[in-house]
Write a protein that binds this ligand. Structure first.
Ligand SMILES: Cc1cc2nc3c(=O)[nH]c(=O)nc-3n(C[C@H](O)[C@H](O)[C@H](O)COP(=O)(O)O)c2cc1C
Length: 248
């Protein structure tokens, strides 16, 4: 499988068979994913892989919490801005319509939507899951490094014939996850990930993407009143600030 195929065949799979994922496959994937880039090579990800009894126990505890209507744990980070502005608001609403529409759930049926979301606590039936933490002291660039790491993991899983679903949802039950994983103090749970073989009998609607020109701007020449850079000059003034030590 080439990289393009890995990228385009990866999607959030929400239905897995109970076929076990061999430990050596997970080790191969995570050993390769360790080559993900990170600013100054901090490698700020802390990944825990759960299978077997511990995963079954976590699913049970989280499902019980959800069934009991237990309130979510206090958030350690904000999943989304409280007021999503355009165009993100519309994109989220499109996603919701696709995701829940494919399950026959109408736009306003919030109860049914909530019930569908509880499948998160079963990891959508996946027999393996990864939980990714980051040190509380890390900043936005390191959170972005962790995102690159997770995408690398998901692409490598494709190369192994596996599928995944990133699950930020687990952050709302982070205390339950911590009961099972016992991570050291100082780590924040960013995201879970269901991992396994796709159950092809489970229907889904493929999410689309906005046209390229909504998210990408090619700058190929100087137009209008913009002052061109001097030839050979990249438009950045020399940096004489000695406080700037390392930008790699
Ligand atoms: C960081 C992150 C967290 C996510 N959390 C969840 C989640 O908790 N539950 C879920 O069902 N999907 C989750 N998703 C999946 C997204 O909804 C999905 O990636 C998006 O709609 C695009 O669809 P695609 O991945 O199938 O292309 C998450 C994705 C990312 C990248």
């Amino acid at each position: 499988m080439d990289v393009y195929e890995a990228v385009t065949s990866r999607r959030a799979v929400r239905g897995f068979t109970d076929q076990q994922v061999p430990r050596e496959v997970l080790e191969r994937v995570l050993s390769a994913a360790a080559w993900s880039p990170s600013g100054s090579n901090l490698q700020p990800w802390h990944a825990y892989v759960l299978t077997g009894e511990p995963l079954a126990e976590l699913k049970k505890r989280a499902s019980e919490r959800a069934a009991a209507g237990d309130p979510w744990d206090e958030p350690e980070y904000q999943m989304y801005p409280s007021e999503l502005k355009s165009p993100y608001r519309e994109r989220r609403s499109d996603f919701g319509e696709k995701r829940y529409g494919s399950l026959g759930i109408s736009r306003d049926d919030w109860d049914a939507r909530r019930r569908a979301a509880t499948e998160n606590w079963a990891c959508f039936g996946a027999p393996a899951a990864l939980f990714c933490y980051i040190d509380r002291e890390m900043g936005r660039p390191q959170w972005s490094d962790v995102g690159m790491y997770l995408q690398t993991v998901m692409l490598l899983l494709r190369a192994e014939g596996l599928h995944s679903c990133a699950q930020m949802a687990w952050s709302v039950y982070r205390r339950t996850v911590a009961e099972v994983l016992s991570p050291p103090d100082g780590l924040v749970l960013y995201c879970g990930m269901a991992i396994g073989y796709e159950d092809v009998t489970v229907g889904y609607a493929r999410t689309g993407r906005v046209p390229l020109d909504e998210t990408v701007t090619f700058v190929e020449g100087w137009h209008g009143t913009r002052t061109p850079c001097r030839p050979g000059h990249q438009g950045v003034e020399p940096n004489n600030n000695n406080n700037q030590r390392d930008i790699s």
